[in-house]
Design a protein around this ligand. Sequence first.
Ligand SMILES: O=P(O)(O)OC[C@H]1O[C@](O)(CO)[C@@H](O)[C@@H]1O
Length: 544
Amino acid sequence: MELSNASQMALQAKERTIASLFTNDDRAKSMSIKAASLFLDYSKQNINDDELATLFSWAKEQKLTENITRMFAGEKINNTENRAVLHTVLRAPNSVKQTILKTEADEVIETEKRVEQIVNNIRSGKSVSAAGKRFTDVLVIGIGGSFYGVKVALSALNPFCSPSLSVHVLANIDGGAVHEKLAKLSVDTTLVIVISKTFTTQETMLNAQAVKQWMRSNANNELIDFSELMQLQWYAVSTNITKATEFGLSATNVLPMWDWVGGRFSLWSAVGLPLALAIGNNEFSQLKNGAYEMDQHFLTSQFEQNMPVIMALVGLWNRNVLGHSSLAILPYDHGMRALPGYLQQTDMESNGKSVNKQGDHLSCATAPIVFGQEGTNSQHAFMQLMHQSNEIIPTDFIVALQGSSDLKEHHKVLVANCFAQSEALMKGKTLLQAQQELIEQNFDKEDAEQLAPHKVMKGNTPSNMLLLDKVTPYSFGALLALYEHKIAVQGFLWNINSFDQWGVELGKQLGQQILAVIDGGEDVSLSSSTTALISQFKSANFCK
Ligand SMILES: O=P(O)(O)OC[C@H]1O[C@](O)(CO)[C@@H](O)[C@@H]1O
């Protein structure tokens, strides 16, 4: 990021307090914006109007509009994989699909209809298991982008999920996770959906094998033909029909994916099938409608009134001008507890890069370290560090005005805590204030002076406050799209490719190499540390 006067602006910003920027009541009003049912207040950021204006004109100079337009138009902006980035088209009306995708639109529209039909058949009991029973459970197997979207939406939209069809998600390659899931399930009432764009991902394949084996061993083999069971009880979403059918899936049960939909942006495709099964077709459409409205807002609004662009620029300001390396995501909402994990992938897998699109090394920092937890739990854990360490951690607070339960007092306390934290992070407490407080509590002057430094809170921590009227499929769809676009904008401005993820490859490759050594091979290229660790593992497992 090359802003000509960045260091001078940083100096100026670091010398002031955020609270001092509130010279009149207008700041909260002028630094807040509504879009697609969401409300963003960014007035507690350490930025003033002039600095924002500089960022807006800089973004224009960097051809941000052109980049956004190219993405929506389907140009191959994922240059290292020669792919378009078109998840947005999946939530657009059919006429837009036809304009952008041309002949491919038919398959996309057909797939949507297939998803709807499967959802209707399963939820109505028209489609039953090989044992002739109604499905009570859906087991989803997938990882990374083929997991986080479904997981976060299932949890956030839990009040909309059918009580008679439970959806479970299996991602990690850990026998403990497999047993934990399968212990709750019965072969006769479980539908399985394997989500894997490539259908080669090691974790997903091994988990799918384990589940298939469990089904084979536990089905009533005298009465049930296993290939019929696979036909009735297994679906997949993948670009790789060959691999899926080799695995044993019927080709008609493999819903397509397209190379122009990245895994971490794929919830809007047939990858959303498990979610649609849980919440129903209408609510799944609402999720897409909310995202579509955010897309339209993003595409058509001036930068000064554009929620994703504002969030992106404020994020760049924090990261590159003020030098803050992290971003805390704090949803004050039990349903949205999976959001920090989801955004860790969306943000850090997209923008965790250090070369630009041309392959040249970048001199500026890119994606922040994203972490978080639901409020108020975070207040009793890492927020101590946010208040009193030297680290300044910009924060996104997310809360719904109306709670999803009937416990109104709980929601009042939850929201009060959320607002209180944003205020406390901004204002902090000075030494003088701390001393004063202690004296008011009847400490003598000497004790007050000694204790006061321990009660100082640095304050000046910037935050966004994102409000949803209520967590609904519509507002949650808009929220996910907001973050997708914020992250894309940051990638455009850093001139990086946000849509590839080569960084995960080396680990995968070495994983295979190490597996071969565990299985008896030799590999002199491994470090002595890793070789010793492998020996320890082998003697614990194979030499007893
Ligand atoms: O859908 P697949 O092909 O199983 O891949 C799973 C995930 O693995 C990744 O390659 C790395 O996390 C993601 O991009 C992808 O979503």
